[in-house]
Design a protein. Structure first.
Length: 102
């Protein structure tokens, strides 16, 4: 059984959240600095999504998405973007802490 884009986006978000909170334990989701950083990144993601979808550079199959759109792109793009940002920042903090111990 193939996963839809919605399934993949939700799974990616859940993995990113669980990883941040319980695996690498950076717990960025509980810190204001993460939300401040994300609030800077989010508008750029929305502009990029709008540009790509309004020019039909990226086209989505309506059978694989929920249907809710933000700035022309499916909500799933925001979930993936959130997952990518959280995972990258969590790994950055985790690796930084490990290397600074020595």
């Amino acid at each position: 059984m193939a996963m839809s884009y919605s399934d993949l986006a939700i799974t990616a978000m859940l993995i990113a959240v669980m990883s941040d909170l319980f695996i690498v334990r950076t717990q960025l989701l509980t810190k204001a600095i993460f939300w401040t950083s994300y609030s800077i990144i989010l508008p750029m993601q929305l502009i990029t999504n709008w540009w790509l979808t309004s020019r039909f550079i990226v086209i989505y199959n309506p059978n694989t998405i929920i249907g809710t759109r933000v700035a022309g792109a499916p909500i799933e793009d925001l979930l993936f973007g959130f997952s990518l940002v959280l995972t990258t920042m969590s790994m950055w903090v985790y690796v930084g802490k490990r290397f600074n111990r020595k």
